[in-house]
Ligand binder design. Structure first.
Ligand code: ADP
Ligand code: ZN
Length: 719
């Protein structure tokens, strides 16, 4: 017997299947999709068995040992990995490794193993004279067939030993899983007519179909998801639910557990390696039917999938930024086809790409225009900070202070967002809010501190930093950026008696802290929740009636063609955190750019208006969804050499890709990291049949180059 093994090294040079002979005594244990140990050059490596055959033409070495009893990669995942490799031009091994928890990856051999509980069963009739405690032990078996060791030891350890020695009791082991889910209080809500209509629309279809659910914040999308999942459960099918970052959305898991109990498996980064391993096994053994998790949960080894749901589909966290550079939404479509099942993406602010596809009929569009509680969306007030700055130097406008005081008096709660996206990567005029843009690309220029220059990292345009603002002529150009801590101090000064909870990456980094904060805010131990982007995501507190955005603009200035879209989406999402229950809510949005269309449409809760306007910009400037983007990174230790290679690549692309626009090479915003110099090239295209072939040839050329490295990223989410 010969097996084809894909070894653990992720390198384009080694990315192929090597044959190994299987020693007679291991033949019975060999299966496709398990891990084995094999000799490789002078080392011992782990790898996955991808095929089994009878003979091979080459002289091969022998498999050393078999690691798994059961498949770790199902046949669907094996197939999926191959497709992923083709789509992302990654190594095959990286595509498989990304699917698995640490304990089951090739190589990362940890001590993680199954956990067992010890039980005893009655093995023989009692044929000896029993002591009092032994009798007590035997009595336990009147009600149960098997009794936990702990319960017996409580009575008497020595009597237990005696009973075992006399063959009256026998030990049995049952494996258990590290995580427990609660099956009590399973409950569900009656759907509203709007929700039911959406559910019926999905029910009508059979087989593979993609839906886009555009539902305003608080419209009850989650209830719709759960109803559809229950449909599938009744049919004996399984489901995947993707959420942007599950450790940030404990409320979501709670709701699923309340509805489905231990049929769920929640995969997230806060789990220990042992817990992840157990969850993976619960899924592969068919015990968990519904998997909830962040990006990589799309690879859950479920069989017979009925529906794949992607919540907050606009979120950039669905894209992995290192190899394999996949987007979970694309993987969802592949698995949707493989399982012939439904894929449903939901958001209050769909990505432009998805909404455009829904407009074209590629996706089926579903809408929920009203909140589930029947209330209207919160009233949004825009405060022009240019005006405010004339009177006060702080971060709080008079309007926002008044509103906060009002809520504090009513014993209601407030969420404050400090928008720190794009923090200090650009500079702006403190007086008028002017930012510097590239004349060629209409993209905010990035500030390079060391050279005091501003650069466009799309086309390479550069200019010196002026002290004087070209717009208002004040000498007030400065890097922008405030920290949450500073704002927290200010709040404590203005609102002396308010209890403030600060939530940002610093305060939530310890395990479980985020969840604890959410609970204490829910229990009204605090009046004001101040935080960065994380407070915009999926929170549902009934007593929150005011959302204040301290600085709506910063994210508008990020040098990325999606900055307007991301800002619109962030502001809409955070606005949606209030007035979700019986009390009405309102929003105060402070900005230096009150006339920017993203801000104007947020105020009107007008996604479609924003969509139309932004689409015009994208068409004019040839950005997605009108064009696709492929991003190349060329990097190396030698600045000149890397630059020269980048130029060569650009020439090749110009020569072979006749239907594309090639931008660059340009130095990346972070040009030098760890002494590696980085250049970027952007390919914009609509149709380019040869693209993958040309890129593969370039990849082949550079794979043995030790000095210059080429990375390829299709449909990047950040530029
Ligand atoms: P979304 O995911 O669209 O933001 P949610 O599913 O979180 O909305 O629902 C918003 C709020 O409305 C939640 O508190 C939820 O419990 C409640 N809700 C949703 N649907 C119903 C319903 N059919 N009946 C009663 N309450 C509902
Ligand atoms: Zn430019």
């Amino acid at each position: 017997m010969i097996v084809g093994v894909l070894v653990e090294i992720s390198n384009q040079n080694v990315d192929k299947v090597f044959d190994y002979k299987v020693p007679k005594e291991l033949e019975d244990k060999i299966k496709i999709g398990i891990r084995v140990e094999v000799p490789f050059s002078k080392r011992t490596l782990e790898g996955f068995v991808l095929n089994i055959k009878n003979e091979t033409d080459i002289d091969t070495k022998e498999v050393i040992s078999v690691i798994d009893e059961e498949q770790v990669l199902t046949s669907e995942l094996l197939e999926l990995g191959k497709k992923l490799k083709e789509e992302t031009l990654s190594t095959l091994i990286s595509c498989y490794q990304v699917m698995l928890p640490k304990a089951l990856k090739a190589k990362h051999n940890t001590n993680i193993s199954k956990k067992y509980d010890t039980y005893y069963i009655l093995n023989n009739k009692v044929d000896i004279k029993l002591s009092k405690s032994a009798e007590e032990i035997i009595n336990l078996f009147k009600e149960k067939d098997k009794v936990k060791k702990e319960d017996i030891v409580k009575i008497s350890r020595s009597s237990l030993n005696t009973l075992v020695k006399n063959n009256i009791l026998k030990e049995v082991k049952h494996q258990h899983y590290r995580l427990k889910y609660n099956n009590d209080n399973i409950s569900k809500k009656e759907l509203t007519t709007d929700q039911l209509k959406v559910v019926e629309e999905v029910r009508k279809t059979n087989g593979y179909e993609i839906f886009l659910l555009h539902g305003v914040t608080g419209s009850g999308k989650t209830e719709v998801y759960m109803e559809l999942i229950e449909d599938e459960l009744k049919k004996g099918k399984t489901s995947i639910v993707l959420v942007p970052e599950i450790s940030l959305t404990p409320q979501m898991v709670e709701r699923f557990e309340k509805r489905f109990g231990d049929k769920i498996a929640a995969l997230h980064s806060a789990l220990s390696d042992g817990e992840k391993y157990d969850e993976y096994r619960r899924i592969i053994e068919g015990k968990a039917k519904i998997v909830i998790g962040a990006r990589s949960a799309i690879f859950a080894p479920l069989k017979n999938i009925g529906i794949i749901i992607i919540d907050e589909e606009h979120s950039d966290t669905y894209k992995q930024e290192n190899e394999p550079r996949y987007n979970a939404k694309d993987v969802a479509k592949i698995r949707g086809q493989m399982n012939n099942c439904k894929v449903l993406m939901g958001s209050a602010t769909p990505s432009l790409e998805s909404y455009a596809r829904a407009q074209k009929g590629v996706y089926k569009l579903l809408t929920l225009q009203n909140r589930a509680n029947g209330k209207s969306l919160p009233q949004i007030t825009i405060v022009d900070m240019n005006e405010e700055m004339k009177y006060s130097k702080g971060h709080f406008s008079k309007k926002l202070i008044d509103e906060i005081n009002d809520k504090l008096e009513k014993k209601e709660q407030v969420i404050l967002l400090l928008n720190r996206r794009g923090y200090s990567s650009f500079i702006t005029c403190k007086n008028c809010g002017y930012t510097f843009k590239c004349p060629n690309c209409d993209i905010t220029l990035t500030y390079h501190k060391s050279s005091r220059t501003l650069r466009c990292h799309y086309c390479g345009y550069g200019t010196k930093v002026y002290e004087e603002c070209p717009s208002c002529h004040e000498h007030s150009i400065n890097d922008l950026g405030v920290g949450t801590e500073k704002v927290e101090e200010e709040i404590k000064k203005i609102f002396e008696n308010a209890r403030v909870l600060r939530m940002d990456t610093d305060t939530t980094s310890r395990k479980g802290m985020h969840e604890k904060m959410i609970t204490s805010f829910k229990n009204h131990e605090y009046d004001i929740l101040l935080g960065t982007q994380i407070v915009a995501k999926g929170l549902d507190f009934e007593n929150v009636t005011l959302v204040g955005v301290i600085n709506a603009d910063t994210s508008l200035n990020i040098p990325d063609f999606r900055s307007s879209e991301n800002t619109f989406s962030l502001l809409s999402q955070v606005s949606g955190r209030c007035g979700r229950s019986s009390k009405e809510g309102n929003v105060v949005l402070q900005t230096f750019n009150k006339d920017h269309y993203a801000i104007r449409y947020v105020k009107k809760h007008d996604y479609i208006g924003f969509y139309k306007e932004e689409m015009k910009v994208r068409q004019t400037l040839k950005y997605p969804p009108y064009y696709y983007i492929c991003y190349l990174k060329v990097s190396g230790k030698d600045m000149n050499e890397s630059g020269i290679e980048a130029q060569k690549i650009k020439k090749v692309l110009d020569k072979y890709l006749k239907n594309s626009t090639i931008l660059g090479p340009s130095t990346m915003a972070l040009f030098k990291i760890n002494n590696i110099y980085r250049y970027s090239i952007i390919i914009k295209y609509k149709y380019e049949n040869d693209l993958n072939d040309v890129l593969k040839r370039l990849q082949d050329h550079y794979k043995s180059n030790q000095r210059v490295r080429l990375d390829i990223d299709f449909n990047p989410v950040h530029l």
